[in-house]
Design a protein around this ligand. Structure first.
Ligand SMILES: [Zn+2]
Length: 362
């Protein structure tokens, strides 16, 4: 598994030299025709970071993209919270702490540090692998700077239009399942298609600011469907897709089917009207964006299983035209979605005939 080699490189922050190192390794590894597609992105640079607890330096991680200096007592100037049961809830603790006049925030969790993006950068926020007591001093200098990176595109088979199979390569901390493992799944899922072309794309900067992701900047004119692998974890998948592809969910070991979530690289394609899906698994939550997102004993078997499922999906999609997918879509509604960025979901847009199909008398 190439993911095990890439894991040794360590954290690959969006837009960084490490991200480009992963891409150049993949460039050498695949023999097919490839093309670099330039991406204007941001690199998060940590210039200086240290945390002292009662005068002693301790292991810690800085929350993107926070910065600043604070020295104070836990429970007074600095508020500490146990890491919540869902990573997306940290923003609520952040707002609460600010409302209480906190000058710094600590999230603690036994044996683990994380990188979860905060809603803004007013005060420094850190993650600690234990519950802190006493006096803490945080020094954090970090900033986002303009950077150029690239998506790496391989043409596996030429065609008039393409099925795109993709995964991002940038990752927070160890990032094994989010998202090095998906690189192996992509490489293992290559199969022969007849009617459409097939492209593989390794994306830059998925974890970075929404403005600047690699998938947003990727050319989409000749894309028939996009299949994205992101944060896979043994042994099942959340099938998050435009409804025209729901019929194929049964090809996978399934946790649930859902409307396309407005995160990950498939969403740039969804917003261009392209039938798209992302396969992920929120069973990863206990390790998500932490230094404990590491290989486990079930990965190898899961890699074989999921790659077989992706191959079957590619064969099924290859049999279809855009007209076929539009017909599948029209069973549900129009190809127009409303995005809820708070709950991270989408729903059908309400339009004049959106209730049409369901109100027909029997
Ligand atoms: Zn990811």
């Amino acid at each position: 598994m190439i993911s095990l080699d890439l894991l040794k490189l360590g954290e690959a922050i969006h837009g960084s030299e490490k991200e480009k190192e992963i891409l150049s390794i993949l460039e050498k590894r695949l023999k097919n025709d490839n093309k670099r597609i330039e991406v204007k992105t941001k690199e998060w640079v940590i210039n200086n970071f240290s945390v002292k607890l009662n005068g002693k330096e301790v292991t810690s991680s800085l929350a993107p993209y926070t910065k600043g200096y604070v020295k104070g007592k836990v429970g007074r100037e600095i508020l500490a919270f146990p890491f919540p049961d869902h990573p997306f809830k940290v923003k609520d603790f952040y707002s609460y702490a600010l409302s209480q006049g906190a000058e710094g925030i600590i999230f603690y969790e036994e044996g683990k540090i994380r990188r979860i993006i905060m809603p803004d950068v007013k005060i420094p926020v850190i993650f600690l692998p234990f519950k802190p007591e006493g006096y803490v001093e945080i020094e954090a200098e970090s900033f986002l700077r303009d950077s150029t990176s690239y998506n790496l595109e391989f043409t596996i088979k030429e065609g008039d239009d393409y099925i795109l199979l993709g995964a991002h390569v940038d990752h927070w901390l160890s990032g094994f399942h989010d998202n090095l493992f998906s690189i192996d799944v992509v490489l293992n899922s290559l199969t022969e298609v007849k009617n459409h072309g097939l492209k593989v794309v390794f994306f830059s900067s998925e974890e970075g600011p929404k403005c600047c992701t690699g998938s947003l900047q990727h050319p989409k004119d000749d894309i028939f469907t996009a299949i994205i692998l992101d944060a896979l974890y043994p042994s099942r998948v959340v099938y998050s897709s435009t409804p025209d592809l729901w019929d194929f969910a049964g090809l996978f070991p399934l946790k649930r089917i859902e409307m396309p979530t407005p995160f990950s690289d498939h969403f740039s394609f969804v917003q261009k009207g392209i039938p798209s899906l992302v396969l992920y698994n929120d069973d990863l939550i206990p390790y998500y964006h932490s230094d404990k997102d590491l290989p486990n004993s079930r990965d190898e078997k899961f890699l074989t299983e999921i790659s077989e499922s992706v191959k079957l999906l590619l064969h099924e999609l290859d049999k279809l035209s855009m007209k076929d997918l539009n017909e599948r879509m029209s069973k549900f509604g129009e190809r127009k979605f409303v995005v809820d960025y708070v709950n991270l979901t989408t729903s059908f847009a309400i339009s004049s005939n959106s209730l049409g199909p369901r109100l027909k008398s029997p």
